[in-house]
Ligand binder design. Structure first.
Ligand SMILES: [Zn+2]
Ligand SMILES: [Zn+2]
Length: 240
Protein backbone atom coordinates (compact mmCIF):
# COMPACT_ATOMS: atom_id res chain seq x y z
CA UNK A 1 0.00 0.00 0.00
CA UNK A 2 1.26 3.49 -0.87
CA UNK A 3 2.38 5.52 2.20
CA UNK A 4 -0.25 8.18 1.57
CA UNK A 5 -2.97 5.59 1.16
CA UNK A 6 -1.84 3.90 4.32
CA UNK A 7 -1.83 7.17 6.27
CA UNK A 8 -5.28 7.88 4.96
CA UNK A 9 -6.52 4.41 5.82
CA UNK A 10 -5.06 4.72 9.30
CA UNK A 11 -6.61 8.12 9.92
CA UNK A 12 -9.99 7.07 8.56
CA UNK A 13 -10.09 4.33 11.10
CA UNK A 14 -9.23 6.73 13.86
CA UNK A 15 -12.31 8.88 13.35
CA UNK A 16 -10.70 12.01 11.99
CA UNK A 17 -12.96 14.59 10.50
CA UNK A 18 -12.99 13.37 6.92
CA UNK A 19 -13.94 16.58 5.17
CA UNK A 20 -11.04 18.48 6.70
CA UNK A 21 -8.77 15.53 6.14
CA UNK A 22 -9.80 15.21 2.53
CA UNK A 23 -9.15 18.92 1.98
CA UNK A 24 -5.71 18.59 3.58
CA UNK A 25 -4.82 15.63 1.39
CA UNK A 26 -6.04 17.65 -1.58
CA UNK A 27 -3.51 20.39 -0.72
CA UNK A 28 -0.62 17.97 -0.32
CA UNK A 29 -1.47 15.78 -3.28
CA UNK A 30 -4.10 17.40 -5.51
CA UNK A 31 -6.56 15.25 -7.39
CA UNK A 32 -6.11 14.91 -11.13
CA UNK A 33 -9.23 14.73 -13.26
CA UNK A 34 -9.73 11.18 -14.45
CA UNK A 35 -11.11 12.58 -17.71
CA UNK A 36 -8.50 15.18 -18.72
CA UNK A 37 -5.70 14.92 -16.09
CA UNK A 38 -6.17 18.58 -15.07
CA UNK A 39 -5.28 19.12 -11.39
CA UNK A 40 -8.14 19.99 -9.04
CA UNK A 41 -11.16 17.72 -8.91
CA UNK A 42 -11.36 13.94 -9.32
CA UNK A 43 -13.69 14.76 -12.25
CA UNK A 44 -13.72 18.37 -13.45
CA UNK A 45 -16.81 20.34 -14.49
CA UNK A 46 -15.67 20.57 -18.12
CA UNK A 47 -15.50 16.77 -18.30
CA UNK A 48 -18.87 16.52 -16.50
CA UNK A 49 -20.49 18.71 -19.17
CA UNK A 50 -18.84 16.52 -21.79
CA UNK A 51 -20.61 13.34 -20.63
CA UNK A 52 -23.54 11.93 -22.60
CA UNK A 53 -26.91 11.70 -20.88
CA UNK A 54 -28.49 8.26 -20.85
CA UNK A 55 -31.90 8.52 -22.56
CA UNK A 56 -35.12 7.29 -20.93
CA UNK A 57 -35.04 3.49 -21.02
CA UNK A 58 -36.53 0.60 -19.05
CA UNK A 59 -33.98 -0.16 -16.30
CA UNK A 60 -34.49 -3.92 -16.79
CA UNK A 61 -34.45 -4.45 -20.57
CA UNK A 62 -33.19 -1.06 -21.90
CA UNK A 63 -36.22 -0.60 -24.16
CA UNK A 64 -36.90 3.10 -24.89
CA UNK A 65 -39.59 4.55 -22.60
CA UNK A 66 -40.96 7.97 -21.62
CA UNK A 67 -40.10 9.72 -18.34
CA UNK A 68 -37.70 6.98 -17.22
CA UNK A 69 -40.46 4.51 -16.42
CA UNK A 70 -40.16 0.73 -16.80
CA UNK A 71 -41.51 -0.70 -20.11
CA UNK A 72 -45.00 -2.29 -20.19
CA UNK A 73 -43.52 -5.77 -19.61
CA UNK A 74 -41.59 -4.66 -16.52
CA UNK A 75 -44.22 -2.31 -15.12
CA UNK A 76 -46.83 -3.11 -12.47
CA UNK A 77 -48.65 -1.19 -9.71
CA UNK A 78 -45.85 -2.06 -7.29
CA UNK A 79 -42.95 -1.58 -9.68
CA UNK A 80 -40.51 1.30 -9.48
CA UNK A 81 -42.25 4.44 -10.75
CA UNK A 82 -39.15 6.02 -12.33
CA UNK A 83 -35.53 4.88 -12.53
CA UNK A 84 -33.48 7.93 -13.40
CA UNK A 85 -29.92 7.10 -14.39
CA UNK A 86 -27.55 9.80 -15.57
CA UNK A 87 -24.98 7.85 -17.60
CA UNK A 88 -24.16 4.49 -19.10
CA UNK A 89 -21.71 2.64 -16.86
CA UNK A 90 -18.72 2.53 -19.18
CA UNK A 91 -15.68 4.62 -20.09
CA UNK A 92 -15.15 7.63 -17.89
CA UNK A 93 -18.33 6.98 -15.85
CA UNK A 94 -16.93 3.61 -14.80
CA UNK A 95 -13.50 5.07 -14.05
CA UNK A 96 -15.06 7.77 -11.90
CA UNK A 97 -17.22 5.39 -9.86
CA UNK A 98 -14.33 2.97 -9.41
CA UNK A 99 -12.08 5.80 -8.19
CA UNK A 100 -14.79 6.76 -5.72
CA UNK A 101 -15.60 3.28 -4.43
CA UNK A 102 -12.41 1.29 -4.77
CA UNK A 103 -9.67 3.94 -4.50
CA UNK A 104 -11.74 5.56 -1.75
CA UNK A 105 -11.58 9.03 -3.33
CA UNK A 106 -14.29 10.57 -1.17
CA UNK A 107 -14.00 13.92 -2.91
CA UNK A 108 -15.48 12.26 -6.03
CA UNK A 109 -18.89 12.18 -4.33
CA UNK A 110 -19.47 15.86 -5.13
CA UNK A 111 -18.36 15.35 -8.74
CA UNK A 112 -20.67 12.35 -9.18
CA UNK A 113 -23.56 14.27 -7.59
CA UNK A 114 -22.83 17.14 -10.00
CA UNK A 115 -23.19 14.82 -13.03
CA UNK A 116 -26.43 13.40 -11.61
CA UNK A 117 -27.81 16.89 -11.01
CA UNK A 118 -26.79 17.89 -14.53
CA UNK A 119 -28.67 15.14 -16.35
CA UNK A 120 -31.55 14.12 -14.09
CA UNK A 121 -34.95 15.83 -14.19
CA UNK A 122 -36.69 17.83 -11.50
CA UNK A 123 -37.82 15.83 -8.47
CA UNK A 124 -40.90 16.72 -6.47
CA UNK A 125 -39.94 18.72 -3.40
CA UNK A 126 -42.24 16.61 -1.23
CA UNK A 127 -40.19 13.48 -2.03
CA UNK A 128 -38.36 11.67 0.75
CA UNK A 129 -34.74 11.34 -0.34
CA UNK A 130 -33.04 8.21 0.96
CA UNK A 131 -30.40 5.72 -0.18
CA UNK A 132 -29.66 2.04 -0.70
CA UNK A 133 -27.72 1.03 2.42
CA UNK A 134 -24.20 -0.25 1.79
CA UNK A 135 -22.99 -3.52 3.27
CA UNK A 136 -21.45 -2.72 6.69
CA UNK A 137 -18.26 -4.59 5.78
CA UNK A 138 -17.82 -2.34 2.72
CA UNK A 139 -18.38 0.77 4.83
CA UNK A 140 -15.66 -0.47 7.19
CA UNK A 141 -13.27 -1.21 4.31
CA UNK A 142 -13.76 2.21 2.68
CA UNK A 143 -14.11 4.21 5.85
CA UNK A 144 -17.30 5.84 4.53
CA UNK A 145 -20.75 4.90 3.24
CA UNK A 146 -20.46 5.86 -0.42
CA UNK A 147 -24.20 5.82 -1.20
CA UNK A 148 -25.14 7.82 1.88
CA UNK A 149 -22.48 10.41 1.00
CA UNK A 150 -23.80 10.59 -2.55
CA UNK A 151 -27.33 11.13 -1.20
CA UNK A 152 -26.03 13.98 0.93
CA UNK A 153 -24.16 15.69 -1.91
CA UNK A 154 -26.99 15.21 -4.42
CA UNK A 155 -29.47 16.40 -1.78
CA UNK A 156 -27.51 19.64 -1.33
CA UNK A 157 -27.83 20.36 -5.07
CA UNK A 158 -31.58 19.61 -5.04
CA UNK A 159 -32.45 21.13 -1.62
CA UNK A 160 -33.55 17.75 -0.29
CA UNK A 161 -32.28 16.47 3.03
CA UNK A 162 -31.69 12.71 2.89
CA UNK A 163 -33.10 10.55 5.64
CA UNK A 164 -32.19 6.96 6.53
CA UNK A 165 -35.13 4.65 5.88
CA UNK A 166 -33.55 1.24 5.28
CA UNK A 167 -31.18 -1.10 7.07
CA UNK A 168 -29.20 -3.90 5.50
CA UNK A 169 -29.96 -7.07 7.44
CA UNK A 170 -28.01 -9.68 5.46
CA UNK A 171 -24.41 -9.44 4.33
CA UNK A 172 -24.24 -11.20 0.94
CA UNK A 173 -22.18 -9.39 -1.71
CA UNK A 174 -23.83 -9.14 -5.13
CA UNK A 175 -20.75 -9.19 -7.33
CA UNK A 176 -20.96 -11.62 -10.25
CA UNK A 177 -24.43 -13.02 -9.68
CA UNK A 178 -27.07 -12.81 -12.43
CA UNK A 179 -30.52 -11.22 -12.00
CA UNK A 180 -32.27 -14.37 -10.79
CA UNK A 181 -29.43 -15.26 -8.40
CA UNK A 182 -29.26 -11.71 -7.10
CA UNK A 183 -33.01 -11.64 -6.52
CA UNK A 184 -32.78 -14.83 -4.47
CA UNK A 185 -29.76 -13.58 -2.50
CA UNK A 186 -31.47 -10.29 -1.71
CA UNK A 187 -34.66 -11.81 -0.34
CA UNK A 188 -35.00 -10.30 3.14
CA UNK A 189 -31.78 -8.27 2.69
CA UNK A 190 -33.41 -4.96 3.64
CA UNK A 191 -35.67 -3.82 6.45
CA UNK A 192 -37.31 -0.51 7.33
CA UNK A 193 -35.25 1.40 9.88
CA UNK A 194 -36.97 1.87 13.22
CA UNK A 195 -38.96 5.09 13.27
CA UNK A 196 -38.68 5.80 9.50
CA UNK A 197 -41.81 7.50 8.17
CA UNK A 198 -42.70 5.77 4.91
CA UNK A 199 -46.49 5.66 4.87
CA UNK A 200 -48.01 7.66 1.94
CA UNK A 201 -44.59 9.14 1.05
CA UNK A 202 -43.03 9.42 -2.39
CA UNK A 203 -39.65 7.81 -1.88
CA UNK A 204 -36.57 8.64 -3.96
CA UNK A 205 -33.85 6.08 -3.49
CA UNK A 206 -30.25 6.98 -4.34
CA UNK A 207 -28.08 4.21 -5.76
CA UNK A 208 -24.64 4.21 -7.38
CA UNK A 209 -24.95 1.82 -10.33
CA UNK A 210 -28.01 -0.11 -11.49
CA UNK A 211 -26.88 -3.50 -12.77
CA UNK A 212 -29.61 -6.14 -12.77
CA UNK A 213 -32.02 -3.99 -10.76
CA UNK A 214 -32.34 -6.71 -8.11
CA UNK A 215 -31.05 -4.47 -5.30
CA UNK A 216 -33.39 -1.56 -5.98
CA UNK A 217 -36.30 -3.98 -6.42
CA UNK A 218 -35.58 -5.58 -3.04
CA UNK A 219 -35.60 -2.13 -1.41
CA UNK A 220 -38.76 -1.15 -3.29
CA UNK A 221 -40.63 -4.22 -2.08
CA UNK A 222 -39.89 -3.35 1.55
CA UNK A 223 -40.82 0.32 1.05
CA UNK A 224 -44.17 -0.50 -0.60
CA UNK A 225 -44.91 -3.01 2.16
CA UNK A 226 -44.38 -0.16 4.64
CA UNK A 227 -46.99 1.94 2.81
CA UNK A 228 -44.92 4.10 0.41
CA UNK A 229 -47.09 5.93 -2.14
CA UNK A 230 -44.40 5.58 -4.80
CA UNK A 231 -40.75 4.54 -5.08
CA UNK A 232 -38.34 5.94 -7.66
CA UNK A 233 -34.60 5.56 -8.06
CA UNK A 234 -31.95 8.13 -8.83
CA UNK A 235 -28.65 6.53 -9.83
CA UNK A 236 -25.39 7.66 -11.33
CA UNK A 237 -25.21 4.99 -14.02
CA UNK A 238 -26.68 1.84 -15.52
CA UNK A 239 -24.64 -1.13 -16.69
CA UNK A 240 -25.10 -1.38 -20.47
ZN1 LIG B 1 -11.51 16.88 -16.68
ZN1 LIG C 1 -38.40 -3.61 -19.81
Amino acid sequence: MHTLQYTRYYLQHNYYNMSIFDTTIGLIAPHYCIGCSRPGAVFCKECAFGTTQLPSICYVCAKATKAHTPCSVHNSPRALKHVYTALSYEGVAKKLMRAYKFDCKQAASKNIAFVMDLWLPYLEQNSVLTWVPTLPKHVRQRGFDHTKMLAKDFGILRSLKPVATLDRVTSTSQVGANRAQRKAQLKNAFAIRDGAKINSKNIVLIDDVVTTGATIEACTKVLYAAGAASVSVVAFARTP
